[in-house]
Design a protein around this ligand. Sequence first.
Ligand code: PM9
Length: 487
Amino acid sequence: MPQCSTVVSVHSIAMSYHSPFSLTTEGESMEKRSWAEPYKIKMVELIKMTTKPERQAAIVEAGYNTFLLKSEDVYIDLLTDSGVGAMSDRQWAGMMMGDEAYAGSRNFYHLQQTIQSYYSYKFTVPTHQGRGAENILSQLLISEGDYVPGNMYFTTTRLHQELAGGTFVDVIIDEAYDPSSKHPFKGNVDFDKLDRLVDEVGASRIPYICIATCVNMAGGQPISLSNLNALRVWCDKHDIVIVHDMTRVAENAYFIQQREEGCDSKTVRQIVKEICELTDVATMSSKKDAMVNIGGFLAMNDAKLYERACELVVVYEGLHTYGGMAGRDMEALAIGIGESVQDDHMQSRVGQVEYLWRQLDSAGVPLVRPCGGHAVFLDAQAILPHIPQEQFPAQALAASLYLESGIRAMERGAVSAGRDKSGANHLPELELVRLTIPRRVYTQAHMDVTAESVIRVMNCADQVKGLRFTYEPRVLRFFQARFEECT
Ligand code: PM9
């Protein structure tokens, strides 16, 4: 029987907002959900449940890789929060206002002015998505032999740095590698690691440091404002640029509001701007925070860098006033940016993730803690201790969850980490499965079903088998790799 998922068109409900609970790092204060989503549903998309034999056939055909499943074979899709959010009625109305002129679209100027106003960056170069911005930036700033520190790697970001001749160096605090650590800001930078890097290679070999807000691979964990302020001072001292991967900046700002001393009276919008003002350049995948199906941008304050970015964007994306985007998509993005920094939106967004996290935590499922902003991360190594990391426990767990329930999740462990320059497998300390929550799409009932399904899989974890490659792509292998079960 078909079931409904809320791929919603929303009316924002105007209300004076007072948070009914305070989100702690463990969420203990949220005894029940005493809040409701700040929108109502105007349109739905039907989804269907499959049988277990159908799912068995589908996952084998997909080579045990959830990226290779057909979407119509998926019941609840928690693969990613990228490009899968529900746009509002205002965003859809904006789509009708697309100015599809080749050059100088009015939607570009609206977008640029919105980015200046909400994020503070003076110049905007639209790109088709985040990696388009990473490509241009890496080519502009990195030379062969450079080192690029960052608060944990991200797959596409690191690849572009390496393709440009750089070497990524992880400078995140050690707590980020410990799923059980309750540190409220696991995205923070460790200054001892940065100092050591400067001692070893010299500041002149470090063109920039790349700082992600709400660090994806660490479990959606935020960086604090005080850490970022200290980083600004450190970078000024060494004359090093700060590049901000601002893909999930609003979620990070919400955590700062909830967790950082002295920040509870600031709005998410104010904190977002404060974060951006501490940085020099930004790459953005707008498909996350800003709730559009496609789009991204590179933004900066330096007029010279902007000029050079404009020269490159025409090679890889399109003219500098549309990059890789249609006019209508730039309009929906400009509107989405405004919606993404509303306090009531962020409380409902992170509150839904936390609702799922709490259900799993109280059932004893090993999770990354504290709860992250965009997803709940299962500790696959702890759930499947009988599978060595070389047999990809997180990949196997994601495949089993699909088989059991039709729920699609994403591996974030050794498969995603890929190989180093010598060809050896990276074996990351975090071997995780990500249950990623799309924005404004699913209901509380979908979260309940998800929790029940994960608990069922955990209860028969000893039956899950490890996997080995039958096909391994050379780069970003997690997208298209194929596997079979180890016997
Ligand atoms: N993130 C995600 O599902 C989509 C592709 S990778 C599986 O988490 C950060 C922090 C991201 C990100 C994409 C990109 C690239 C850059 N930085 O996918 O190219 O989370 O728009 O952005 C994905 P694009």
